[in-house]
Design a protein around this ligand. Sequence first.
Ligand code: ANZ
Ligand code: ZN
Length: 845
Amino acid sequence: MRRFDHKKIEKKWQKEWQKSGVYTTPKKSKKKKSYILDMFPYPSGEGLHVGHPKGYIATDIYSRFKTMNGYSALHPMGWDAFGLPAENFAIQNKVHPREAVAKNITRFKEQLSILGFNYDWDREINTTDPDYYRWTQWIFLKFYEKGLAYESHEPINWCPTCQTGLANEDLEGGVCERCGSTVEKKPMRQWMLKITDYADRLLRDLDALDWPEHIKESQRNWIGKSEGAEIDFKIKESEEKVKVFTTRADTLYGATYLVLAPEHPFVLELEARILNLKDVKKYILETKKKTEIERTAEKKEKTGIKLEGVMAINPTTEEEIPIFIADYVLPEYGTGAIMAVPAHDERDYQFAKKYNLSIRPILHSYIELWDKENRKLNRRYFTPKPLNTKTNDEKILNALKAQAEIDIQQNGRAILELGILFNSGEFSGFYSDVAKEKITEKFGKKVTKYKLRDWVFSRQRYWGEPIPIIHCKKCGVVPVHEKDLPVLLPEVKSYEPTGTGESPLANISKWVNVSCPKCKGDAQRETNTMPQWAGSSWYYLRYVDPTNKKALIDTKKEKYWLPVDMYVGGAEHATRHLIYARFWYKFLFDIGIVNHAEPFTHFHSVGLILSEDGKKMSKRSGNVVNPDDIVERFGADAFRLYEMFMGPFGDAISWSTNDIIGTRKFLERVWDFSEANISEGFSKKESDIRVLGILHKTIQKVTDDIENFRFNTAVSEMMKYINALKEDNGSWMLIPKKDAEMFLCILAPFAPHITEELWHMLGHRESIHTAPWPKANQEYTKDKEVRIVVQINGKVRDTLILPVGLNEKAITKAAFLSEKVKKWTENREARRIVYIKGKILNIVL
Ligand code: ANZ
Ligand code: ZN
C-alpha cells in the first residue's frame, strides 16, 4: 500500500497543471461567468506569513467550485507595487525600489506557487509596469478633462516622517497610517480628485451591494451625509454676515452665541475691530498644534476665546449675541461656523457652563411629559404620533418650559431629544420636525453636507506614477497628450524624500524641463507623483484585458466579465480602497468605458490570523509563522484545509500549529480509505440508505457552505463523512466507485493535490478540477422516517417509526396494529381520533 506522501504529489501536480494549462481562463464563451478577485498584495520585503494566504485560499476554493459548476471563472493575481511601503523598504535596504519590487515579487510568487493556487498567471499585472501605469495616467487625464482633477493650495495633512502630503483616508486616529507620526496641517500646492461630486451616488448605491453590513456602514459614516440648513447671522454695525451650518434649525431661538473655527477667514477680515486681537492670535497659534482628534474628543474640556468688540444678531429675536472662536469647531466641515445652542447641544452646553453664557431651552420632549402626565392619572401609556399640528395650549407650553429648565438643572446636561417648541415666536407649539422645515424656510436655506473630502491625490515621493501634467508660464497647466503616455518615471540618483515639500523628481532637470505641448515654449513637468491607491483603484479591470495596447479595457470584455462577482480582502480597506475603486469605476462609467453601476457585487472580508499568543503577526514582534515551513511539514493541502477549518472565515483567530495535525490526519484517512477501496475493487452494489444519506447530505452542505463562505463547517462535514466510513473493527467500508468519486470532487477545491492524485489512481485521465460538481440526490437527503407519538386518552402509549408520507388513515391503521396500543384499545371503541401531522396521534376512547 502506498503512503500519502505530500511532497511528491504536490510538486508533481503543480508542474502538471502548469504544463496542461488547466488554469488558463476560458475565452469569452456562452457559459455563465464568474469573476473572483483577491485584493492584490504589495510585494513587501518580508514575504508572506501564514495570515496572508487565507483569503487567497478562499477564492481558490470558490473559483474551483464555480468552474466545476460549469462557470467560466476568472481568477487572476497581480502586484500593487508603487507607494510608500515599497519605497521605504528600498530606502532602508539601499536598493532601487524597482529592483526591490522585482525581487519581492519573485519571492511572493514562489510562496504562492507551493500552495497550489489556480491563478491564471497569463493575466498577471504590476502597477509599476509602464504598460500598466500608462492607463493610470490616462484615467487622470480624463479626470482632468472633466474638471474632476484640480490644483489646490489648501492646508493638507503632512507626515513629517514620510515627508509627504496625505489624504484623509491615510490617517488613522489623526496619525499617519504608515509610520504612526502625528500629522501636521501644511498649506501646499497639490492635486485633488473631486470625489465629493460622487458622494451621493457612492452612498445611494451601497444599499444594493451584497457586502457585510459593517463595511457598508463604515462607508456610510465616512461619506457622512447630513441634511441641514445654512443660516446667516448679521454682524452688528457691519455689512458682514456669518453663515452657519446646522442640522437643528428648530433650535434657532435658543442660539445664544456663535462659534467660529479658529481658521475661519472672518477672524482676519474683522481684525481691526477685535479688541483682544493679541490673545485671539495666541489661541489660533495653539490650535495649530492639535490634531483633529484632540480637538473634537467628547470628553475633552472645551476651550475658546471671545472676540471682544464684535457681536452677532440672532435673526429670530434680533438679540445681540457674542462670538467666540473655539477649536471644537472644525474649519473643513459645514461652513466652519456654528450657532451654539447650549440648552440642546452637549458641546455647546459644556462651553457655555465654562464661560458663563446664557443657556436658553426652547423645546422639551412632549412624549416624556405626556408619559408622565398619563402615569399620574394611572392611564395606559401610548405614544402620540409626531405632531404635525400646532399645540396652542398655553398650559402645556408652560409646563414644557418648566420641565425643560428642571431637567437641565438636575441632569447638568443639554436636552438632546426632539420635542415641542416654546419661546420660539410663531413656531412655539410645533414639533421639532415641522419647526425645522418652517424655520429653515423663513431664516435660511436647506443644504446637504458631507464629511467626505476631496481626495488629496499628489505625493512628494519618488516611487509613484508621475502625474501627466506640464506647467507652462504662458499657458498655465497643460495636460500631456494622450499619445505621449506613459510619462515614464525617470532614474534618479537619490529617491529619498527631499523634505522641502518637493518630490525628488524636481531635481532631475533633464526630465523636468520640456517644451509646452501648446505653445512649444519652455515648460516644466509636474513633479508630484500619485498616491499608492491610484493603481489599485482600477487594477481589476486590466486583468480582463491585460495586453490591450489601444484601450485600458475592451468594453465588450468588460461587459462580459464585470462586475466582479466575488471580492475578498481585508476589512481595513473599507474606507480607502473600496471607496476609491467605486469612485473610479463610476467615473469610468460616466465617460463610457465601463458598463455597470458598481464594480464589486459581493464582498467578503478575511479575518486576521493572529499568532499563537493572540497578537498580530509581524516581523517586528518576532511571532511570524512562515507558510513554507508548514507546507514542508504538513503539505499544502493540510495547510489550506486548516486555514479554512480554524473558524468562521471573517473572524480573527489565533494560529495553532498543533491543530494542523488534525487536518493532516483527515487527509491521511481520505488517502487510506481510497487506497483500501481501490485495492478491493470498491463495492459492486449500492450502499445502504443510511450511508448514502450521509454522503448526499455532505454534498448538499458543502455546496451551500462554499457558496456562503462557511468553509469551516464544510470541512467538518467532510470529516464526519470519512469517520462514518470506518467500520467498528477498524477496516474501511467499501462503497461504490461513483460515491467515492463524488466525495473526492467536493474535497477537490479544498485539497487540490491529494484529490487529483487519487482521481488519477481511480483511472481518470482528465483533471478532477474540471470534473462536474456532484449534485446531491434529494431522495437521500430527505428524512426517510417519522416518529409518531400515540396518545390514548392523553397518555403516551407508544412511539411508531413509520415511513414519511403516510396519510392519517394509514397511520391510524398502523397504530391499531401495535401491540402496545392494542393492550388499551381492545374491546373498546374510539370516540375521536385527532392527528397532528407528523407528530402525534390522539385516540380518545
Ligand atoms: C445647532 C445645533 C443645535 C446643532 C443642537 C446640534 C444640536 P452632523 O450631524 O455631524 O452633520 N457643526 C456644524 N458645523 C460644525 C463644524 N465645522 N465643527 C463642529 N461642529 C459643527 O452635525 C451637525 C451639527 O454639528 C450642527 O448642528 C452643528 O451644531 C455642528 F441642539 O447646530 B448644530
Ligand atoms: Zn508617515
